[in-house]
Every structure is written in C-alpha cells, then in structure tokens.
Ligand binder design. Structure first.
Ligand code: ASP
Length: 595
C-alpha cells in the first residue's frame, strides 16, 4: 500500500512522489494551509495541503482528525528555511499531498492524546486499559523498539558468536523450585492433577545439558505468584542460559562479553573489563546488601567489638544477643543532615523504622574533633574507644556517624536503606556512571525461621564450593550475581552434576530421600546416565531493559503488563469462569463472594 515509511524520508527524496500510510499525529490549520504530522512506527513526517497548490486533497485534508488512519500520496519538497526542524530526522522536508484516502476514522473521543506534542501525563490505569493507544505514543514506542533491539543483540551474540542454540521448554510442567508460589493449571484429562507454570526453565535447561545440547539459551517466560512490587510482574521474561564444560572463570568471562556486547550495540558504550568482584560476605559487611551500588562510597563500619562492653545497653545488648553494631559514616553530614531528621518523626528515622530498625543513634564530629551526641553514648565511651571509633570510620570534623544496633540482618537492611537514601539526597550518585559487578561466594543456605529449616539461597541445584563439603550446611555456593547500579540483573551458578552431592543438598534442606525422589527423581536419574559438568545464569530481561531505557517501572518496557494487583486492565483478566468449565476440570470453588 505504501512506498516508504514516514521516518525514512529526508532531503535525498526531494522531488519524488511517495505514498505513505499511518496515523494523524496532529493537525494544524494555519489560515487555509493545513499541516498534518503523519506517524507510523518509524517516526513522523509533515504533510501539507492548501487550496492553491494541492486543490485535489484540500477538502479531504480538512476532514482529518487526530488518530485517523490514512493513506497519503504526495511530492517530497524542501521545507522553507524557517520551518526546518533539526530535531526530526524528516525535519528538512515536507510532503505536498495530492491524494488523501481515509482508511479508518476515529469514532469516539480519544481517552487521551497520543501525540507526543501534547506531552500529556496520563493515569497509568487509563494507559493500560487502552494500551494499544499508549503503545502508539512516542515514549512507549521507543521502549518497545529498545526491547526488541536488546533481544536482537542477545540473539546475534549468543548464536552467531558463541554457538548457543535456542530451545523452548514447556509452560505446562511440574512445580519448579525457585522458592515462589506456583501458578497452577488443572488437568482436564487427568482428573485431580495439576500442572504448574514454570518459575524458570531451571531443570529443563540442566536436562538439555545431559542431552548434549552444550550451549542453550531461551528468551523464556517465567511465572511466579508473588505479591507485586514496582519491579515485579506475575509473568516476566528471562534471558536463560546454560553451558557445559566451562569453568567458573570462563562462564563469567562469557557473560561479561555478552553484557559488553549489549552496551556497545545499544548505547555505543565500552564497559571496562573484567568487572569488579565482591564476595557476598564483603558486600554484606561493607554495604549491608548483596547488591551494592558502588557508584558512591559511604561504606559501613562494624564496631561491635569496640562497644560490646559499653555501658550503653542498646549497643552492649545488641552484641550480647548475637547481633552487631555498625556505623554509616557520612562526610559533611553535619551540615547536610539536621537532628530533627534523625530523631523520632524525622524522615531518616522513619526510613530506619520501615527497614525494621528501632531507631537511630548518632555522633557528630565537631570542628575541634570532639564529638557531640546524645548523652547515653557519650557518657559510656572511654577516650580510647572514642579515638578508635573515629579512626576506624576515618571520621573528620563535619562527619555524621549513624549507628545501627541489633540483629545483623536488620542492622544491614536499615543501614543499606539509609545509605541509598542519603546518597541520593546528597547528590552523591553519578547518574552517568555504569556500575557493573559480580557478587560471588554466596552461602548455599539460609535459615527459614517460619519453616524452621535451611533453604537454598539460590536453588538446590547450585554446586557447593568443593572446599566446604565437610560442613555442607555452612558451605559457600559456586554462585554469582550480576549487579547493575545497585540492582540485581542476573544470577546463576555452577550446578551439581553428581548424584551423591545432589542428595546431600536435598538432605540439608530437609527433604527425605523419598520426598527428594518423588519431586526430583527425573533429575537424580539423569545423573546416573552421564551428566556433564555444567553451569548457567538467568537475566531479568524486563529489568535490564528498564534500566537501559532509563525507566523506573518494568511495566513501561512490557507491551501488555499487569497491574500491582496482577490484573490485565486491557482484557480484564483474571475473570470468573462457568461452573461447567470448572466441573470439566474437576475443580470446585471454595470462594464466597462478599455480600
Ligand atoms: N533459574 C535461576 C533463576 O531463575 C537462574 C539460574 O540459576 O540459572 O533465578
């Protein structure tokens, strides 16, 4: 139907007659001369019609309204000097319309303006309900393009340069162990039995290694029934990979090349290699989190040993009950952060409470090097302790030292949160920096206090560090996460490929041999038939694209996302179904509508 795309046209086409199809982005009537911005996927071009130069099209042009679908034939002309638009690829030219055909009109008022020229901010619910209109808007169209480009660059790299092969794995499957709640699908033909939607293709990709696939990848849809946060969706996309016969070093190297390839193709940025690495323990000690943002300093300092015998009960009590006391030292903090903000009702105090902390003790270092604080700390520190405290935190006059005291996990969580908030507020985060790093040496297990058992920190197919096998419950894992500006974008591990070790790990997480065989017998059996050493990783593609797009919500880089309530506002899913359907599926509902 057309000869060109709108965004393709430029001064080289001057003099040609072209036919374009697209949407009316905007229509302006300048006293008899009508200007139309015509939009298609590639961009926008200006169409002109006036009674003298284009009498045949003028009446039709006059009828056009925003978002009409039209086919326009006309001559490409140079724009007059004063109306050239250097910001638009087609800004040098315009098209004198000889013929305009309306392919479809708009029959109702638009729920919102699509044209970027309107720059209208629209409620997200409305955008999601009319997502097809929202996706026409420039920002969303750009994000979809970017997502496509990222996936394309991944495919090119993995297939053309690294011999990976894409394999699709089942969506209807058994529960997969990523630790979230499953989405279940009842089986009609096998009464009383259920499929689970995959939380990840983990076991299938490992079995593909047993099958000799050697290098697998998939742009894989995963499903996790979790309470949603800003960057979570019930279904999301992973770049999922698995490789045989590669050492940990080789795996990290290949992944660094992949990430660098993406940044180069998408942003033309060279990322220095190798990426820095930090162990889990170091990350927790220095930043209080396993995904540290190291674009700025503000490192935490442990002073538990220094204050464990102090007369200040909050500190000594914390250490006595197995917890810690840590400091977040803030250079120039005295000038930037007032006491009101640290005391109850203050915003920083509130941040601490929201992270689970009880409150905030602090010390200010005065200009003469003396310290200023609330009584209880000051009165209970000896001059030696004071001196050691300042030395250890490298505190100078002007420094503010914020204390966290209590259970290790809570102190870390509190100070991690404060560190991020304060860094942002004090303008310490360089938005132009791209900070990529590996976190390694995770513990294999963590204690699940609710279920009173150990659970795998990554998943139970992660290989324990061979040096730690004697005490498997405290073993480090051969696992690695990639962190990008303080967000985890990917994680993976070397896998277990020997049956005895896999059985030991199942035992450690409290699975009896029968339970283990019942759930994962197919994997254990496979280990008896020649399993190669293998390893893999998965990237959260939505989040990665979100960061590359500079967006703050993954919903803005997913074509048809769900809301925080896991609803699709476009189709109305989830929805109720007929009793007949439920019966066929052998399912009875216990749901009682609230009257
Ligand atoms: N299956 C893991 C996940 O979804 C990633 C991996 O270990 O490859 O997090």
């Amino acid at each position: 139907m057309r000869t060109h795309y709108c965004g393709q046209l430029h001064s080289e086409h001057i003099g040609e007659t072209v036919t374009l199809c697209g949407w009316v982005d905007r229509r302006r009537d300048h006293g008899g001369v009508i200007f139309i911005d015509l939009r298609d996927r590639s961009g926008v071009v200006q169409i002109v019609s006036d009674p003298e130069r284009t009498p045949a099209s003028y009446a039709d042009c006059d009828r056009l309204r925003n978002e009409y679908v039209v086919k326009i034939t006309g001559r490409v002309s140079q724009r007059p000097e004063e109306s050239r638009n250097p910001r638009l690829p087609s800004g040098e030219i315009e098209i004198y319309a000889d013929r305009i055909e309306v392919l479809n009109a708009v029959h109702k008022p638009l729920p919102f303006q699509v044209s970027s020229a309107d720059n209208e901010s629209v409620r997200e619910e409305l955008r999601l309900k009319y997502r097809y209109l929202d996706l026409r808007r420039e920002r969303m169209a750009r994000n979809m393009q970017l997502r496509h480009q990222v996936i394309k660059s991944i495919r090119r790299f993995l297939e053309d340069q690294q011999h990976f092969m894409e394999v699709e794995t089942p969506i209807l499957t058994r529960s997969t162990p990523e630790g979230a709640r499953d989405y279940l699908v009842p089986s009609r033909v096998n009464s009383g039995e259920w499929y689970a939607l995959p939380q990840s293709p983990q076991l299938f990709k490992q079995l593909l290694m047993v099958a000799g696939c050697d290098r697998y990848y998939q742009i894989a849809r995963c499903f996790r029934d979790e309470d949603l946060r800003a960057d979570r969706q019930p279904e999301f996309t992973q770049l999922d990979m698995e490789m045989s016969f590669m050492s940990l070093e080789e795996i990290l190297e290949l992944n660094e090349s992949l990430i660098c390839h993406i940044f180069k193709t998408i942003k033309d940025i060279d990322i220095p290699r190798p990426f820095p690495r930090i162990t889990y323990k170091d990350a927790m000690d220095r930043y209080g989190t396993d995904r540290p943002d190291t674009r700025y300093g503000l490192e935490l300092v442990d002073v538990s040993d220094l204050v464990k015998d102090s007369g200040f009960k909050v500190f000594s009590g914390a250490v006595a009950s197995g917890g810690i006391v840590k400091i977040l030292p803030i250079p120039e903090g005295n000038a930037a952060i007032s006491n009101v903000r640290i005391k109850p009702k203050g915003d920083l105090f509130q941040e601490a409470v929201e992270a689970g902390g009880q409150g905030l003790a602090y010390i200010r270092v005065k200009e003469d090097g003396e310290i200023d604080t609330i009584g209880a700390i000051k009165d209970n520190l000896t001059p030696e302790q004071k001196a050691e405290l300042l030395a250890r935190t490298q505190a100078k006059p002007g420094h503010l030292l914020l204390f966290g005291a209590g259970q290790t996990a809570i102190v870390n969580k509190t100070l991690d949160r404060l560190r991020q908030v304060i860094a942002r507020q004090l303008g310490m985060v360089d938005q132009n920096k791209i900070n990529l790093l590996w976190v390694t040496d995770f513990p294999m297990f963590e204690w699940n206090a609710d279920e009173k058992r150990l659970e795998a920190l990554h998943h139970p197919f992660t290989c324990p560090n061979p040096d730690d096998l004697a005490d498997i419950k405290n073993a480090r894992a051969l696992a690695y996460d990639v962190v990008y500006n303080g967000l985890e974008i990917g994680g993976g591990s070397m896998r277990i490929y020997q049956r005895e070790i896999q059985e030991k790990v199942f035992e450690a997480i409290g699975l009896s041999p029968e339970e283990a065989y019942n759930k994962f017998g197919f994997l254990l059996d496979a280990f008896d038939f020649g399993t190669p050493p293998h390893a893999g990783i998965a990237y959260g593609l939505d989040r990665f694209v979100m960061l590359l797009a500079g967006e703050e919500s993954i919903r803005d880089v997913i074509a048809f996302p769900k809301t925080q309530q896991a609803r699709c506002l476009l189709t109305g899913a989830p929805a109720s179904v007929d009793t007949k359907q439920l019966k066929e599926l052998h399912v009875a509902s216990t749901y009682k509508p609230k009257s």
